[in-house]
Design a protein. Structure first.
Length: 210
């Protein structure tokens, strides 16, 4: 599992009029060092084309490419890994399908985080820290207390996710997060690369907000 600090996830509804590749390339140029394709609405053929295009883009920049949910799509496009939700394919079953590819899983409680580590997840998503409009079926916000708990107890890398903005990321970092994921704040920005650089600067500052 390559280390990373800024995880960017696609969200085309947040940048109407701008192409997926244009926005995600700007995110990478700004310092995003892992990219996930998350698309719940496209048909299979369209999803495949997006995955192939992002696979080529991430190879160009030498960063990991993760596919959300679709194990077979990850295999078909030789993605670096797969990200699963709590209701998706179990980690052990996914490992049988993807071999040594990266497996990440969303967690909302420390019990889920610890189990994910025991079952061989390479990283976990911890959240949603705050309320978010990115997921229609999202669970209630877990708050900063979960970030503190997972920072103390998780043996695998975790990335804080869910409603994280430049205006609140300092307190997430102070709670123990060293890896940040954002969707709308990055891809919906008028200056995608600049927003990514601002997130990284805050990580460098350790949440001191200076």
């Amino acid at each position: 599992m390559p280390d990373f600090r800024l995880y960017a996830i696609t969200g085309e509804n947040f940048h109407p009029g701008r192409s997926l590749l244009e926005v995600m390339e700007e995110a990478i140029q700004g310092g995003a060092d892992i990219i996930q394709l998350r698309d719940k609405t496209s048909h299979k053929d369209e999803l495949l084309q997006k995955a192939k295009a992002l696979r080529a883009l991430t190879r160009k920049y030498g960063i990991p490419f993760i596919v959300n949910d679709h194990v077979e799509l990850a295999l078909e496009t030789d993605a670096d890994g797969i990200h699963l939700g709590q209701g998706d394919m179990p980690i052990l079953q996914a490992r049988q399908r993807v071999g040594n590819k990266i497996i990440g899983i969303s967690t909302h409680a420390v019990e889920e985080a610890l189990l994910a580590g025991q079952q061989g997840a390479d990283y976990i998503g911890a959240g949603p820290v705050y309320a978010t409009q990115t997921k229609a079926d999202v669970v209630a916000p877990v708050g900063l207390s979960y970030i503190r708990e997972v920072a103390e107890k998780s043996r695998v890398p975790f990335v804080a996710i869910g409603g994280i903005k430049l205006s609140n990321v300092d307190e997430v970092i102070r709670a123990g997060a060293t890896r940040i994921c954002a969707v709308s704040e990055i891809v919906g920005s008028e200056n995608v690369a600049g927003t990514c650089r601002a997130f990284l600067a805050k990580l460098d500052q350790g949440g001191r907000g200076v």
